[in-house]
Structure formats: C-alpha cells, structure tokens
Design a protein around this ligand. Structure first.
Ligand code: F6R
Length: 608
C-alpha cells in the first residue's frame, strides 16, 4: 500500500504535496518522492526512508512549481531503494508518474517495451506505466494515459504529469483509492481524504475505471472508454483526525473492515492467469515439494494461530505431517529437522525476535525456510530462503486483524500448491476449493455488515471478568484467537480451550452466568461440539455460538449466535474469526479501552 498526492493551482505545490504525504505516511514509509514542474522541466526528488529524509532533501534543493505529484512508498515490487522510489519517469524524463497498486502483467509489458528500446531504471512494476504512456504519447497526455491503462492488469491509482503541460494532471483509478479535492482554481489529488482536508472539504471520489483531466480551470472526468462522467461533490464532515481513520473510530475497526480487500490483495499474486497457484518468491519448486517429509511452522501470538489453521490445511490437502511451534519454545527444544523439512515462519512484521531466532535454528539444522510476512524488506525477507508476501497493507492497530486473515489465505493457497505438486488432490477438488477461496472476501463483507448482534452481546457481557472460548478441529485455532483478542484489548481474562478437553479440568471454572464462546460452525465435529455446549450450559454458563447460516436449531440452545456463511470446513476458520474480532473490539470499547494501543504491547516485538 502506497500513498499518492498531486496539486495544480497558483500556489507552490511543494509544501502542499509534503503536507499531503505526511497524512498518507501511515500507508507506507520506506521511501518517498515528488516531481514538480518548473520552467519547462520536471524536477524529481526521491529519498529512501521515511518522509523526514525527503523533507531534508527538499529543504536543501528548494524546488518550486505550481504543478506537482508525490508519493510515499510501501514496497511491493522491488526493494526500498532510491531507484525504486516514485515518481517514475519515461526514457526522456518528459513524463512523471506516481502509482499505488500492483501491475500484474508488468513483466510481460516490460519485456515488450524493452524490445521497443525503452530503458528501465528500476525494479518496480510502476515504471512500465511511465513507458507505456510514453509509447502512446503524441502530444495528448490524457489520451496516452487512456491507452496505457487499457493495457494494464491489476490495481492502480495513478497520477501523471508531462513537461509539455505546465498545469495538467491526469489521474486514473482501478481497485485502488483516489480522491480529488476541489478548491478555488486549484485542485488536489490524493489516495485518501485526510491528505486534502486541510485545503478543502469538497471532494470527488473517483470510482473504478474512471480517469480525470485536472487543470486550474476544472476537473473533467470520464470512464476508461472516454465517456464523460458527471460527478457529485461529496461534502466531508469529518474532522481531520477522524478522516485519517476513514471515518472509523479507531484503526483497529478500520482494519477489521479492510479485511475483504486484504484477502483480495493477498490472493492477487498467488494465482496465474489460468488460475494455477503461483509462488514465485518462494524458491521451492515442485521437485523440492515432493521430497518433503515434514513441515514445521514457527510463529508467535496471532501468527501462531494462523499456523494452527495452516497445519490442518496442509495435512488434510497435501498429506504432509505438520508440527506447529511457538517460536520462543522452538529454539530451545532441540527440534528434529533436516534437509527434507520445510520450516514456515509466519510473522506479519517480519521482525519478531523469537521467530527470527527460530528461522536461524531451522536453517542451522539444514531445513529450508520460507517466511510469510506483510512487510517487504523486513529482516525475515533477508534471512529466509524464500518469501511469501501477504498484501494487507500497513496495520496500525496493535492487535493483528487484517494481517491474520491475509496470512490464512496465503497459507490456504500454499497448501493447495503443495497438494497439486504432490498429487494429493484432484484438479477438480483444487478448482472447487479455489472457487471457495475466491468467495471469501464477499463472505467476510457479509459478516461485517451484520454486526448488530455482536454489539448487543458485547454490551451484555462487558463487565464479566472471565470468559471461555471453546472449539474443536478447525474451530480450535479460532477459539484461541478469539480469547487472545479479548485479552489483549479489553483486559478480560479469557481461556481458549479445546472443547473436548474441558471435562479434564477447566469445566471447574464454570459458574452461573460465566460466558462461553463456542465455535460451532458446520463441520465433521458439529455434533460433538453441540454436546460440549450442553455440558457447559448444564453448569450454568451463558453461551455465545459462532455458527453457520441456516443452523437455526442452535438458537434454541444458546444465548447469542454470530452467523457466518457456509464454506469448506477448513476455510471456515477465516470467516469464524471475524465476528470474534468484532466481539473483542466492542467489548473493549464498551469498557472504555484504547483498542489501538493496548497497554504493555507493541506492534513488533523485536526483543526475546
Ligand atoms: C496479537 C498480536 C501478536 C502478534 C505477535 C507476532 O494481536 O498482534 O500476538 O501476532 O506478536 O507478531 P508477528 O506476526 O509480527 O511476528
């Protein structure tokens, strides 16, 4: 996830662009840059690191111009270097562009453009857009952008300027956000409303497949086919602070609601055009997969729960034995590994000290290590033999939400990849599961839109001091995660437990009115879990069940039901966890807790 800004008007664009980038820094901050039109030339300044580095360079060079674009980067293709930082330019430095999104067919386009003599200077997918515009440019920037976007596959919000036009920005959008702020003879472009809010509260939201020509005289919007689109002005009422969270009260809630997008973005680079699983950065070919005798997963906290889900997917679909270890234990328990072991280290930050130590331990014993991470350039990307990225975008809330579902979806697809290589599932079965995976974003959307009952239950139980979270099979990691979320943001003691194990001890904790959250979605152990519900109910517990749509019988037995859409049993974990995130969130809010920065916790734990 990156942030883009633009300005055209009668003021110096530089402070406006820098101010906008500051507001967008939450979207990524491994490098930043701007391009400003000045005296018939475009001056480009780019720096690696957060905005402070660009600020220093700008203070030194003092660029000036009434037209400019800017970018803050969160690397997806290509390391965080100066060459890969935006804006990118064409061969003649006549066209500059900034881009947020991922161009999926960039390799093919790049090859083609290089064949026509275009010289590339970065490793990014974005640079192809500058060259494509150059290829189509015959004096009409708008048309050139229109032809260029026609060739692009993937997601993009982009802004382009040309040294031939001192007062023109052309923007286009598909699957990445873009807004235009409307001022008096001046216009602002940004990925997000907060970046323009100190200048104007009147906004055009560009929709998918729309593009615009922006000059100080006005904004002209069309679709990609060139048909004019009349836009309504959105009058923003949010304060600047609320706007940074897109109107949500907290980053955590915003991130919970971003989960359909995070899943979609994570899936995007893991299937090729024919729908076949693709893991390019992983350095593990089909031959290596066939030799595997065992998989060891290492992770901490929420990422460990993603590992528990992955175990079931890999064992069930690819028939490889999987061991899941807590990273801080793994390195001290003399694990048995060899060159036929695949170690998967799951860490959204890529910086967790215990997990990195586990990676070193696994490598020292000859295992091949794959890192699953959300942060390009993080330490794990350098230490693991191969990397699989989730594309959830930066997660600001300390409690992991959208990074978890992204890890799960990446691991599901990876498990299918292993199954195909080992021939343990038929093509038909793989296609059917793939279809179900592709339905997940819409299904999560459905859960998010029906949160009324979750709020009600949170209100009722907010003052309880003890909670039980129970699950069996694929419901167990979900129960563990539900308990962890509740503990960390609402400071309520919550015990996550295997439902069948209750009778061996923890059932003694149950008293009248102790709430038990039970994951009771459709599964092969459904009848068993109904039995467990009866056991705890008989001892006075209140029951909140997470169940599959259509299971109306359960309503007769329990106090509250959080319904989720039906899917393949193993995939149900990704859906069942969502109502429990919302439940923890509303519990914490009702108790007046700071959900984004819970006490004693940190977003990346870089100490042992
Ligand atoms: C819980 C949470 C933590 C992390 C854990 C591992 O909401 O965020 O439990 O999951 O610290 O972090 P990563 O995935 O960065 O290794």
């Amino acid at each position: 996830m990156c942030g883009i800004v633009g300005y055209v008007g009668d003021k110096n664009s530089v402070p406006i662009l820098m101010g906008g980038l500051k507001k967008l820094e939450y979207r990524g901050y491994d490098s930043a840059g701007l391009a400003v039109f000045n005296n018939g030339k475009i001056e480009v300044i780019r720096e690696v690191g957060n905005l402070a580095h660009l600020e220093k360079a700008v203070a030194k060079k003092e660029p000036y111009g009434n037209l400019g674009i800017g970018h803050t980067r969160w690397a997806t293709h290509g390391r965080p270097t100066k060459e890969n930082a935006h804006p990118h330019t064409d061969c003649k430095n006549g066209i500059s562009i900034v881009h947020n999104g991922i161009i999926e067919n960039f390799l093919e386009l790049k090859k083609n453009l290089m064949g026509k003599g275009h010289i590339f200077r970065s490793e990014t997918d974005t640079e192809v857009i500058a060259h494509l515009i150059e290829k189509h440019y015959d004096g009409d920037l708008f048309k050139a952008v229109q032809y260029a976007v026609d060739e692009l596959e993937g997601s993009f919000a982009l802004a382009a300027i040309s040294r031939d036009f001192p007062d023109l920005i052309v923007v286009a959008r598909k699957d990445s956000p873009l807004v235009i702020g409307l001022g008096d003879n001046e216009y602002f472009v940004a990925s997000d409303i907060p970046a323009v809010l100190s200048h104007t509260k009147n906004i055009f939201i560009l929709e998918n497949h729309e593009m615009a020509k922006i000059t100080p005289r006005g904004v002209w919007v069309t679709n990609f086919e060139g048909k004019e689109v009349k836009k309504d002005i959105l009058k923003v009422k949010w304060s600047e602070e609320a706007a940074e969270k897109s109107g949500y009260e907290d980053f955590m809630l915003k991130e919970i609601y971003e989960q359909p997008k995070a899943i979609k973005e994570t899936m995007r680079d893991k299937f090729d055009r024919n729908g076949q699983m693709l893991f390019e950065g992983m350095q593990l070919g089909e031959e290596d997969v066939c030799k595997l005798k065992k998989v060891v997963i290492i992770a901490c906290g929420t990422s460990y729960h993603a590992g528990l889900v992955a175990k079931q997917a890999i064992e069930h679909w690819a028939k490889i034995p999987v061991e899941v270890d807590i990273s801080s234990e793994f390195r001290y328990c003399d694990p048995i590994l060899d060159e036929n072991t695949l170690a998967i280290a799951i860490t959204q930050s890529g910086e967790t000290a215990d997990t990195l130590a586990g990676v070193r331990e696994a490598k020292s014993k000859g295992a091949r290590v794959i890192g699953i991470t959300n942060v390009l350039g993080s330490t794990i990307t350098r230490e693991a033999d191969g990397v699989v990225y989730t594309h959830a975008g930066p997660e600001i809330g300390v409690a992991a939400t959208k990074t978890l579902v992204s890890q799960m979806v990446a691991l599901y697809i990876f498990a299918l990849y292993l199954a195909r290589a080992r021939n343990t599932l038929s093509d038909k079965k793989i296609s059917a599961i793939t279809e179900e995976i592709k339905n997940l974003p819409d299904q999560v959307e459905k859960i998010l839109s029906g949160n009324g009952v979750i709020k009600k239950a949170a209100k009722k139980y907010a003052n309880c001091t003890n909670f039980l979270f129970l699950g069996r099979g694929i419901g167990l990691p979900v129960a563990l995660e539900g308990a962890l979320k509740l503990k960390e943001i609402s400071y309520i003691h919550a015990e996550g437990y295997a439902a069948g194990e209750m009778k061996h001890g923890p059932i003694a904790l149950i008293d009248d009115g102790v709430p038990a959250v039970v994951v009771a979605t459709k599964s092969k152990v459904h009848e068993k879990i109904l039995g467990n519900i009866q056991e705890v109910k008989a001892r006075g517990a209140d029951i909140i069940a997470v169940s599959s749509f259509g299971d109306t019988e359960i309503e007769k037995v329990v106090d509250y039901v959080f319904y989720i859409p039906e899917t393949t049993e193993i995939l149900s974990a990704i859906l069942a966890v969502v109502p429990l995130q919302l439940f923890a969130y509303y519990m914490a809010k009702t108790r007046g807790c700071n959900v984004d920065q819970p006490k004693n916790l940190a977003k990346s734990v870089t100490v042992e």
